[in-house]
Every structure is written in structure tokens, then in C-alpha cells.
Write a protein that binds this ligand. Structure first.
Ligand SMILES: [Zn+2]
Length: 264
């Protein structure tokens, strides 16, 4: 058996590959620091405590109550107006900007696919937080599908690779569905415009739906949340139970986090 030898062999091969690459191109962290693929400071960015960001995603807000006048609810006085409840919880490692943005761009477009292996352990605690209190086995991790054109341009599917790396970290089971994002804007209603429609096909999606499998959506960056909304709609429509989403970075984060305070 090669069970015990395999990780060592893998490490040796990886190191050999890194050395070979270093001969051609010097090691450089996406932030610009030399002689390392990921410097200590950038490594800390992907090891950050995940924070909830769904309140910052406009397309994820559901209108939950509308009051024409002030109302008393127990000890609480509710002002006239509308309440918004986010469609699903979303956890991010940080705000999309600075070194975290450089790291994500290098991973997505800069040929540094190996960074996914460093991001995956950082996202695992976020999945654990979404699963807290839920019964049963590890959730399925579903990557947001890349546009076919982007996949062809890059030659790889970085979110699918990330999900595979997260499975190796024990965060859950990778569920790679055949999905097709569409850019078509169906209907004229505000909700339709806020949703990026995603079509699922294939047996894996039907199987997971039939078993009402608990799933966590995985993506690189969230901006308005319209893609996450589309995924939520496609997955729940197929019968799956969506526990939430985890992303590497969010275009906006709650004020406390932005100020550098840990909200946990
Ligand atoms: Zn760096």
C-alpha cells in the first residue's frame, strides 16, 4: 500500500514543480513580495474569521413587512416602513479590495490556481458555522458555475477546484452540478431583474434534489448577490435545502468589520 507514502510523494512532487517554476519565473506573492507564493500577511487574509455579509447584498433582500403606521410589538415599537430579511446567510473572509482583491485576481485570472489550496482551509470554518445546529451528514458544497466563455479563456474552473480542495479539508462533499448561467433578463419585475437565472441539468442535480440534500453554495466574490439568488432559486427549485453561501470576499462588508473590528 502507498497510503502513507502518498502525501510525502505529493509534497515532493509539488515542491519539485515549485522549484521548476521558480527557475522559469521567480516566486512572488500576489501582493508583490518576492520568494514566496503567499506571504505571511496575505496568508492571514484567508485565515480571517468569516463575517456575515448578506445584509450588504441588495439582491438578497426580501420584503418581509410593510407598516403604514408605527406599530407596537410587545416592548418594541416598530416604525412605519418596510423590513428586509435576507434570503440566505452569506459568510465572507473579507472585503474585496487591496491585497485580498489582488490574491483573488491572481487565483482566478493570473494562472495561480494553486492559491485555491490555501483559500480552502480558510473557508472551511465558514461552512461549519452554516451547518451548526443542522442535523445529519456533512453538507454538499456546490460551486457557482462559471460562464463557459470564462472557463475556456482560463482553461480551468477555479470555483470547482476550490470546492474539491474544501472537500479534501473535510468541509463537506463536493457536488459539481451541470449548470448553465444565463444572462437573459426574464420578465420586467424587480425580482426577476435582480436574479441571474441558472439552469441545472443532469442526473446529479435530480438525485440531490430527490434526497433533499443540504447544500452550501461556494463562490469567489459576492457583489449584489444576484448570482447567489439565482443559485438559491435553482437549487431549492430542484428540491435541495440551501443552508447558505460562503465566498472569499464581498464587495461590501458591515461597517464594524470594515473598521477592522472582529465581529466574529
Ligand atoms: Zn502577500
Amino acid at each position: 500500500m502507498t497510503d502513507t507514502g502518498a502525501p510525502t510523494l505529493w509534497r515532493t512532487l509539488r515542491e519539485a514543480a515549485a522549484q521548476t517554476c521558480a527557475l522559469v519565473a521567480p516566486r512572488r506573492c500576489p501582493c508583490g513580495r518576492e520568494d514566496t507564493w503567499l506571504c505571511e500577511r496575505c496568508a492571514k487574509l484567508v485565515e480571517a474569521v468569516p463575517c456575515r455579509v448578506e445584509s450588504c447584498c441588495d439582491a438578497l433582500q426580501e420584503l418581509s413587512a410593510a407598516r403604514v403606521r408605527e406599530e407596537q410589538n410587545g416592548d418594541l415599537v416598530l416604525p412605519a416602513g418596510v423590513d428586509h430579511t435576507p434570503l440566505l446567510p452569506v459568510l465572507a473572509l473579507g472585503e474585496y479590495g487591496g491585497d485580498l482583491q489582488r490574491l483573488i485576481l491572481a487565483w482566478k485570472n493570473g494562472g495561480m490556481l494553486h492559491l485555491g489550496a490555501r483559500i480552502a482551509p480558510g473557508l472551511s470554518p465558514a461552512v461549519a458555522r452554516l451547518v451548526e445546529g443542522a442535523e445529519g451528514a456533512a453538507p454538499f458544497l456546490v460551486p457557482v458555475p462559471s460562464q463557459r466563455s470564462a472557463r475556456l479563456r482560463r482553461g480551468e474552473d477555479h470555483t470547482a477546484e476550490l470546492v474539491r480542495a474544501m472537500e479534501r479539508c473535510g468541509a463537506g462533499r463536493a457536488l459539481l452540478l451541470r449548470a448553465q448561467p444565463t444572462t437573459a433578463q426574464e420578465g420586467q419585475g424587480a425580482r426577476q431583474r435582480r436574479t441571474r437565472r441558472i439552469l441545472l441539468h443532469g442526473r446529479a442535480a435530480r438525485e440531490a434534489g430527490r434526497r433533499a440534500a443540504p447544500v452550501v453554495i461556494v463562490d469567489d466574490v459576492v457583489t449584489t448577490g444576484s448570482t447567489l439568488r439565482g443559485m438559491h432559486q435553482a437549487l431549492t427549485g430542484a428540491g435541495m435545502e440551501v443552508l447558505g453561501a460562503v465566498v472569499v470576499a464581498s464587495a461590501r462588508v458591515p461597517a464594524l468589520r470594515a473598521a477592522g473590528k472582529r465581529t466574529g
